[in-house]
Design a protein around this ligand. Structure first.
Ligand code: DNO
Length: 404
């Protein structure tokens, strides 16, 4: 398994030298400054490659940009409105430019309006670490009382609405503002950051789009880009919805194994693949991550390894981001399934037999607590996660290992 690290570019608190010290094999990055829908030009791509290739002291880093995460898909493409055709043309050009530069794994998502969503970015755990959390009651309080979305009450049971009303009443103004900020102002990697007005506007635009309609639009997008990617040797990989259930009445179509099967079979090319994000998918109790790795493994081009502790038995419920080997996902079994997939690929002579993964997110620990990195991306917490995952990989691939 290829060890990679997400790097937000020169503005990242983590330097290229730090990544080298972390001992990773490669880098995951994106041109976050390019507006969604525009072309990633060759010049910009080459510049990012150059930034990764050398440490601050000018020495060769030995690292390369291996995964683009994300090449964002515009809201127009998701809705098939406005400039969507031009955006697809631009997307294709970006793929050609990435391929020409040798960046051959491209992650994207198809979540309408909001990328990943949390209600609390600094949830304190008993030991003193902090992590990110999604609290359903807080989220409902936001939806009903802050966003005041029309028809929101139809989405929640009376019991949940009452809890949310009590929660909202107990919050002071500061708490209400920070809840809204956490939800809508955009987390790292999200293409846009929104005001409440923007969110209302976007929601209205999606009002007529059903789950089926959104799926049709994803398939139409893939019918355009996946054959091109196939020819270019690019592996596209769709990141799941995070959290993996509908929010704010918006359709979500990449939340379960069945969702993935539908999309993979609709455009049945190896270039149409999966980013298996264990933390996103694992927030639902009915997603069996090691099983999904076995069954979708053939098309898994990128892995995000992260764990969650679910705080409810419902499909739609609260959770927090646990330590990489803690939480409700059987990480050892998942890594085992990924190693088995790699062995199958090696036996079949596939060139992509080493699957890139990154330690996804991390809890804030030690000095992280003062460094105020991008939410979810503290350096020490991620290093700890990487070290633990490395231990699992090393142990499971050791020749002396007894069969599990
Ligand atoms: C969060 C990330 C997401 C992810 C995009 C991929 O940490 O996993 O922002 O990068 O959804 O398109």
């Amino acid at each position: 398994m290829r060890q990679t690290w997400r790097w937000f570019g020169p503005k990242d608190q983590v330097s290229v030298g730090d990544m080298r010290q972390a001992g990773v094999d490669g880098v995951v990055s994106a041109l976050h400054h390019v507006p969604t829908g525009d072309i990633w030009t060759s010049a910009e791509i080459i510049q990012r490659q150059a930034e990764i290739a050398r440490a601050k002291d000018g020495s060769v880093s030995g690292l390369a940009w291996e995964v683009a995460e994300s090449l964002p898909v515009s809201e127009d493409i998701k809705k098939q409105q406005g400039d969507w055709r031009a955006h697809i043309t631009n997307y294709k050009q970006s793929l050609r430019n990435l391929a020409a530069a040798g960046v051959k794994i491209v992650c994207y998502n198809f979540m309408p309006v909001l990328d990943w969503t949390r209600t609390d970015l600094t949830y304190r755990l008993p030991g003193g670490a902090t992590c990110m959390r999604f609290d359903l009651v807080d989220f409902v309080a936001f939806d009903l009382n802050i966003l005041k979305r029309a028809g929101a009450d139809e989405d929640y049971s009376e019991g949940l609405q009452e809890k949310a009303a009590r929660r909202f009443d107990a919050m002071d103004d500061l708490a209400r503002q920070s809840l809204a900020r956490n939800i809508v102002y955009g987390l790292p990697g999200a293409a846009e950051s929104f005001s409440l007005e923007d969110v209302r506007h976007h929601l209205a635009e999606y009002a007529a789009l059903s789950e089926e309609g959104l799926r049709k639009n994803l398939i139409a997008f893939l019918e355009q880009v996946a054959p091109l990617a196939q020819g270019l040797g690019i592996r596209l990989c769709c990141h799941p919805d995070d959290p993996p259930f509908p929010l704010l009445g918006l359709p979500r179509i990449m939340s379960t194994e069945a969702h993935y099967h539908a999309i993979l079979s609709a455009v049945d090319l190896p270039s149409n693949g999966v980013t298996l994000c264990s933390g996103s998918l694992g927030a639902r109790p009915d997603n069996d991550l090691p099983g999904m790795m076995q069954r979708l493994g053939d098309r898994v081009h990128f892995l995000h390894l992260r764990n969650v502790r679910r705080q409810s038995h419902n499909i739609r419920g609260s959770f927090y981001e646990a330590e990489h080997l803690g939480g409700d996902i059987d990480m050892v079994a998942l890594v085992g399934a990924a190693l088995d997939e790699e062995a199958r690929r090696r036996a079949a002579g596939r060139a992509d037999s080493s699957i890139p993964f990154r330690p996804d997110h991390g809890q804030d620990i030690l000095d992280d607590l003062h460094r105020k990195a991008q939410p979810g991306y503290p350096v020490i917490g991620r290093l700890k996660g990487l070290a633990e995952l490395r231990g699992v990989m090393t142990a499971l691939s050791h020749p002396a290992r007894m069969p599990l």
